[in-house]
Ligand binder design. Structure first.
Ligand code: SF4
Length: 271
């Protein structure tokens, strides 16, 4: 299964590197398909490659990427634990916003990646990614909240969790603080998504989950229910061969870390 996923992702990446479906192919240096663990449960989707990413062909390797690493590290994760990609795989000139027709042209690449990865959680980074998975939302209102995912995106069994783009955090200490607080909720969202998938009712429960939003900057709230998904042994037995449980131990440990106070000052000195 893992080898099949890895091969399928590499096939998509190869097509992306040769893709000429939109005008961004004319100005890119290198396309940036994305990278990460083929067996991950969590996919981070940003906007598009920047200057450094365009040169190296890898996502989130500049200062914004360093802050994404800080966010992941704040819950005990590394970028190798997740998959990181963008809604457009080629750099818009001068870092302008991607245009609607460019996003539409590139959407099949992202859909195919998500279909292969079948993530439990899609973390959207910034408004262009957010609008792909949570149409009509406003980033200032929905960051730090969880939403059902439109099956047309390629991730029918996932929950979407909205965050600011890491580049925005470089321009605002308030966004830095919000991003670190939002990130603390991601492990709990993963547990919520796992529970829905293990019930075999992720999609049916997605509408319900929309009401169980994660309050911005706070822990998940669930009217009439527990504030946090149950952790550790009570989260259910691991199922051999089930990709959903492949990183359970690691993520459970990470969730424990996330429950501890975050020393934001120490994190922010990393860039
Ligand atoms: Fe192809 Fe996407 Fe690059 Fe456009 S942005 S050329 S659709 S890979």
């Amino acid at each position: 299964m893992l080898d099949e996923r890895r091969a399928a992702l590499e096939e998509i990446a190869s097509e992306v590197r040769d893709c000429t479906r939109c005008r961004l192919a004319e100005t890119r240096t290198r396309a940036v398909p994305g990278e990460g663990d083929p067996d991950t449960e969590v996919v981070f989707v940003g906007e598009g490659p920047g200057f450094n990413e365009d040169r190296e062909g890898r996502p989130f390797i500049g200062r914004a990427g360093a802050f994404l690493g800080t966010l992941l590290g704040s819950v005990g994760w590394q970028r190798e634990d997740v998959f990181i990609t963008n809604v457009v795989k080629c750099r818009p000139p001068d870092n302008r916003d991607p245009l609607p027709d460019e996003i539409a042209a590139c959407a099949p690449h992202l859909e195919r990646q998500l279909a292969v990865l079948d993530p439990a959680v899609v973390v959207t980074l910034g408004r262009f990614s957010m609008n792909t998975f949570i149409p009509g939302a406003r980033i200032g209102q929905v960051h730090g909240t969880v939403h059902p995912v439109d099956p047309a995106t390629g991730a029918p069994n996932a929950l979407a969790f909205a965050m600011y783009h890491p580049a925005a955090a470089l321009r605002s200490t308030g966004v830095q603080r919000d991003s670190l607080e939002d990130m603390r909720s991601v492990p709990a969202v993963l547990l919520q998504a796992r529970a829905l998938r293990e019930e075999g009712s992720a999609q049916a429960g997605a509408g319900e989950s929309a009401a169980r939003v994660v309050a911005p900057g706070g822990a998940p709230t669930e009217p009439g229910g527990p504030a946090q998904p149950t952790m550790g042994p009570t989260a259910g037995p691991a199922q051999t061969g089930d990709p959903v449980t492949a990183t359970r131990d690691r993520v459970d440990q990470a969730h424990t870390l996330a429950a501890d106070p975050v020393d934001e000052a120490s994190q922010l000195t990393l860039f």
